[in-house]
Design a protein around this ligand. Sequence first.
Ligand code: C2O
Length: 586
Amino acid sequence: MTHLCKETLVTVVNGQLPGPAIEATEGDTMWVHVVNESPYNITIHWHGVKQRLNCWADGVPMVTQCPIRPGRSFTYRFAVAGQQGTLWWHAHVACLRASLHGALIVRPNRNNSGGAAGSSPYPFPEPDMEVPIVIGDWWDMDLEQLDKNMMDGYFADSQTASTINGKLGDLYHGCGGAGGDVEEEEDGYVLEVEAGKTYLLRLINAGLYAEYYVKVAGHRFTVVAADASYVNPFVTDVVAIAPGETVDVLMAADAAPGRYYMVALAMQPPEPDPQVPVASTRGMVRYRRSGVVVPGGGGGEDVVPAVVPDMPDMHDVDTTFFFHGNLTSLRRPAPVPARADERMFVTLGVGSICRDGEPSCERSGSNESIIVATVNDVSFQEPPAGAAASLLEAHYYRHRAAAGEELRALPDAPLRVFNFTDEALIPWGPVEARLEPTEKATLVRRFRHGAVVDVVFQSTAVMQSGSNPMHLHGHDMFVLAQGFGNYDAARDVARYNLVDPPVKNTVVVPGLGWAAVRFVADNPGVWYMHCHFEFHMSMGMIAVFIVEDGSSVDISLPPPPVDLPKCDAEESLAVVPDKFGVVQNS
Ligand code: C2O
């Protein structure tokens, strides 16, 4: 594809970016045939699908399965039961998810919705139209290289842009300037609406690195769901959405017929955090009048100027805090358990390790050290791609060492206690430097089947003060409370919402703040828990939660599907067809 005046090779699904939307009805069983024609090892993760007793289909390389090698294929089989709304799918491979993702929409089963014929299957009036809005970003470089750079602790020089449904929009220009063609605007996403109709926008943040503010000029949204759980509706003119989250809103086309910009603005923490170039993209909501589109844009004379929304400041951390604080669940699938069996306090931060395994080195951005991301002061070491089996197979067959790596228990509290949100720790210097040293380890935390688990996530300020959208596979979490500053149990437990907390698969932990979640560890398997900022993930802000089998066979993990990919490199080398011209390099 050519964007930003540069041709870039991109890996996509079925020739589309975003990839195809998968549409299902609650209760359906899906078979998705993944044929890997790319040169990369691939897995696909069904983000937010609970995969009850089906961890084998969760799609995390070397954690739940050996990857699908180039030229090979695998069929993911899973049910979407007990959940409805907007989910999505993405490659769970390095930065490749920037171009390998799409919506996964689960609609209610009309026969089960209980209403009279013709009534809405939703807990809100049935919209006239449903529209997935996928926010993403465009990278003009090889995404695998981008991931390597991240693991080496630096951002590459690359141009990036934000996208709505794959389109960059008219804030980006083509080859202007010397040697280039005339300035040419990039196409933007256009949603044509009819006055008086209501649209259900299913927003998905598939971007790698930023929370976004989304607005449509002249319109307001009614938020009705987040992460495929219905919420008590509330009206807002701005949506805040972090990577990994989905937000469903109703938008009535009730403005004067015309053209209104839809803007997605990437947020970033204020200075002294390192600043990245402002990323913003815009598409258009365009009214149709008696079948005729309102003139404007490229038509020359008679142009009705499009209305531009007033956006929050990109450094505004309050709007996202209050947006997320407004979420309360409409119907809970189950009551919130009154108390927890296990409690963890997990700090999320950034540290460094010495290059080449040296025992000591200079920190604070020195080339002697590599910046990594941590949970409780340890940075996750991914199981090696050359291991004999995935962690899940090792767990299932009780081969403790089969993943080729020593596992380390994730501590229930941070190794270092300091003033976590002290802004003096943000700039490089001797104060933060002594908090930097950390190490890599494959962190796991085991839970007895059925344990009620409380996790307080605390963002820290060492070298950066960004938020952390923490995603748990295989389970939804009740988000009990959030706050700025350091969590203080004596003060904050009293604020827990045990009545109607939102149910999320991705909880946004505010920058310089915390969020408290509760979940029931009742889905046996090996589940990734990580920050959905790709760079935090590449850099190690990950742990693995292992949920033990229950006491009977119907609450224990069944055996793997017979066709689950094998890790054995020899075996796959022998059968890689050469019709794709792919060189297998394992
Ligand atoms: Cu959407 Cu583990 O990811």
